[in-house]
Design a protein around this ligand. Structure first.
Ligand SMILES: Cc1cc2nc3c(=O)[nH]c(=O)nc-3n(C[C@H](O)[C@H](O)[C@H](O)COP(=O)(O)OP(=O)(O)OC[C@H]3O[C@@H](n4cnc5c(N)ncnc54)[C@H](O)[C@@H]3O)c2cc1C
Length: 727
């Protein structure tokens, strides 16, 4: 518990610093303010106490809510609000109306704290175009917007500079959806676009700064935006697919191909999920790939892959499913190429990460011919969009919605699944009824509570945090069991604990900070103060830094430097190992000095790093143990008892997604604890990938296996759900 607390402390410290730095000085008038809102039942209030720049205390009064639903959510919401310092909270699963209500009430309270109530006069803004700059999602630079004002209103917002789109296609989604909503509401209180939160907040913060530059007071522009209380009912679908990332789209396609009527529910502002970040899937001896890259000949021995796989998981419990994952990987890919236009070329056939003799094992999507590649791989949302349009056209009833978040399954009186309840971004509730439901929500990385429960620690993420375990919980609510939930989350990347997206350090300085976190030639210490790395790991340095870090307690460890080490770097530069330590994918674009070149600004780098929670500076061993939150004697033993000034630089895992999920059978039917199938409920992709894996080990690390499972499981589930509905 101690180690979790110390890590949580760093994170929350950093969040506070980031929020504080994102807000202008004197954002609030210190005091206590209360906002009211409707909730699930009679309504709730949120009372905040603020100082000039932050929320110091919050009370969410849910005493009027139904005890079993919203009544238990109060303390969780309070903790989330204090951590986020804003309305950008995850909310409490199963108490969405209460959570949404708390956000509205919080907005109203903060509006008062900012001297802003509906109808109150705002400080006037000048007519003209003004510029605002703020961090977005981009790793290598900030975002700049030009905002035009006329007669006290915002009439235009143009993003003129950004690096967010270098990491993928989410920024475009935020730009397209958010800006019209900001203009219409004339309020910075509009919700961020789901799946593109950092880009959305970047735009909102740029606009806030432009308001200030125009002579206004941005803190008066956070008026709460009213939510709809309507309920819409949609009926008579054969198949409902929850989540339209890779496995959801592929399930949707397969079900539509069988003639089923299909409705798709996607929480984000666009379809594709994490699947559009990938290079591509494993596909063994696909006819299409053989013809494209191997003169029509087989390129791998599937029997060997199957044997290695069974050996890796150490059990034949799910041998039938693993058999399918191996022998249908190529044919599944061929099916989607032939019927739904998927294309693969990129860099040809790639070799396995771990078995050198499998030199052709997985493949790379073709990139969008217009936008090409981003730093995560080929832009490929167009392939998923095209497939969805094709699938939709197969039955005039077929439809799907984005920005619609599924919340729970609907049951009939006998306990049979009959539909899904979901919430649109504008607050409207949707009740969607159908014969079968396929859960495809991409695992639980985005739910810190579930991460804590399963792994004892949260994790830094570079994947989609919309994927918050909703699908798994929906399956459990129907009596579904889980399988290998503790398979280690997908990590190939390590980096500093908190990416600094502001200009407080130059890109070159950020590269030095990264090198200090990633290098392997200094003592590496766990959150318990024990030695990690140099002495206790097998494998190459690359494996250690990029894969094995996931096994470090709390998915992190500290690189420890003494004052002498730092003095040495200032005068004699980085070592060879340090000068070669860069982060795959999460590089922030700077260049490291060559080994031996003095780093004169090392103290500035460490001081800024400390402000962001990337460096712990301790005046002696005792203080270092306290900062890490470990036993002093253990740490002293690890560091040889040297008492000096220390600098601890956290090196953390950056995660793509979780792996373990619901237990399923060969049809992707969710299984109960007793092994019987819930016949009209299916789970695919990351919501069921535990069945190919094993608790406590890295997910089957062949290369492209996770994405392959979206093809294999999607095809099976879509076909089986359509067949069930046709009975
Ligand atoms: C940067 C990166 C690179 C990767 N590279 C590779 C690779 O090269 N090869 C490989 O095999 N794997 C790779 N992976 C892993 C791979 O992306 C995943 O294993 C795969 O995408 C999982 O597919 P999925 O359908 O389960 O999840 P996703 O594709 O993430 O789809 C889940 C969808 O569900 C939606 N959703 C979540 N909750 C709800 C809700 N309550 N209601 C409605 N919708 C909801 C999400 O918005 C999302 O669209 C990579 C992942 C990342 C992040």
């Amino acid at each position: 518990m101690k180690k979790v607390l110390s890590w949580a402390l760093i994170l929350s410290l950093c969040l506070c610093l980031l929020s504080a730095s994102a807000l202008a000085d004197g954002t609030y008038t210190p005091g206590t303010y209360t906002g009211e809102s409707s909730g699930h039942d009679a309504g709730l209030t949120v009372t905040v106490t603020v100082d000039e720049n932050s929320i110091t205390d919050v009370k969410v009064d849910v005493s009027n809510e139904t005890p079993e639903i919203g009544g238990k959510a109060g303390p969780k919401l309070e903790a989330q609000i204090l951590e986020a310092q804003s309305t950008e909270i995850d909310g409490v699963t199963g108490a969405t109306e209460t959570s949404d209500g708390a956000c509205r009430a919080l907005s109203a309270a903060l509006a008062q704290a900012q001297g802003n109530t509906p109808g109150s006069e705002k400080e006037p803004v000048q007519d003209g175009t003004f510029t605002g700059t703020a961090p977005g999602f981009g790793l290598t630079g900030q975002m700049t917007c030009e905002v035009t004002f006329k007669d006290g209103a915002i009439t235009d917002i143009q993003v003129v500079e950004e690096t967010d789109s270098a990491t993928g296609e989410w920024f475009a989604n935020a730009e397209e959806l958010l800006i019209p909503r900001l203009l219409e509401a004339q309020s910075l209180g509009v919700d961020a676009i789901t799946g593109a939160t950092a880009s959305s907040n970047g735009i909102k913060n740029c606009v806030a700064r432009a308001i200030d530059a125009a002579g206004g007071k941005s803190n008066q522009w956070y008026l709460p935006v009213e939510k709809s209380k309507e309920t819409v009912t949609i009926e008579d679908y054969d198949v409902i697919v929850v989540g339209l990332g890779g496995s959801g789209v592929l399930s949707y396609c397969a079900a539509a191909d069988q003639g089923a009527s299909v409705f798709g529910i996607e929480a984000a502002g666009k379809i594709g999920g994490n699947s559009v970040c990938t290079y591509g899937p494993m596909a063994l001896n696909s006819e299409y790939l053989k013809n494209l890259f191997n003169d029509g000949k087989d390129y791998i021995n599937p029997d060997e892959v199957y044997d290695v796989w069974i050996d890796y998981v150490g059990s034949e419990d799910k041998a039938d499913i693993i058999h399918e994952a191996v022998y249908s990987s190529g044919t599944s890919l061929d099916y989607y190429v032939e019927n739904f236009g998927f294309e693969f070329e990129g860099r040809g056939l790639l070799g396995s990460f771990v078995v050198p003799s499998w030199d052709k094992e997985w493949c790379v999507y073709s990139a969008d011919p217009v936008t090409g590649w981003n730093i995560l791989g080929p832009n490929k949302t167009f392939q998923f969009t095209r497939a969805m349009e094709l699938a939709k056209s197969k039955n005039e009833k077929n439809d799907f919605m984005t920005e619609l978040r599924a919340e729970k399954l609907i049951f009939d009186d006998a306990g049979k699944v009959i539909g899904v309840e979901a919430r649109y971004y504008d607050g409207t509730t949707y009740e969607i009824y159908g014969d079968t439901v396929i859960l495809a929500t991409g695992g639980f990385m985005g739910d810190p509570e579930m991460m804590l429960e399963v792994y004892g620690s949260t994790i830094n993420y570079m994947g989609d945090t919309v994927n918050d375990g909703t699908g798994i919980r929906m399956g459990q609510s129907a009596g579904g069991a889980t399988y290998a939930l503790k398979t280690m989350p997908m990590v190939h990347i390590s980096q500093v604990a908190n990416l600094i997206r502001t200009d407080d350090l130059t890109p070159d300085q950020k590269a030095v900070l990264t090198a200090l976190a990633l290098t392997t030639d200094v003592p590496e210490v766990t959150t318990e103060g024990e030695a990690w790395g140099n002495t206790n790991l097998s494998g190459t340095v690359d494996e250690k830094v990029s894969v094995e870090i996931v096994f470090a307690p709390n998915f992190m460890y500290y690189n420890i430097y003494t004052q002498d080490d730092i003095d040495n770097i200032r005068e004699n530069g980085l070592s060879e190992a340090q000068a070669g330590a860069t982060s795959m994918f999460l590089s922030q674009g700077g260049t490291l000095p060559e080994a031996g070149t003095p780093v004169a600004d090392i103290d500035e780098i460490l001081a800024v790093g400390a402000e962001f929670g990337d460096v712990l500076i301790a005046e002696n061993l005792k203080a270092l143990a306290a900062a890490i939150g470990c036993d002093e004697q253990t740490l002293s033993d690890t560091l040889g008892g040297v008492d000096t000034v220390y600098y601890a630089v956290p090196c953390t895992s950056w995660c793509y997604g979780t792996v373990g999920g619901l237990d399923v059978d060969i049809n992707m039917n969710v299984l109960r604890e007793d092994g019987t199938p819930i016949e009209n409920l299916f789970a695919v992709g990351q919501d069921s990938e535990g069945v190919c894996n094993v608790d406590g080990k890295a997910y089957t690390p062949w290369g492209g296996q996770a994405q392959s499972w979206t093809f294999v499981s999607g095809k099976i589930a879509g076909t089986a759900a359509a067949a069930y509905a046709a009975k």
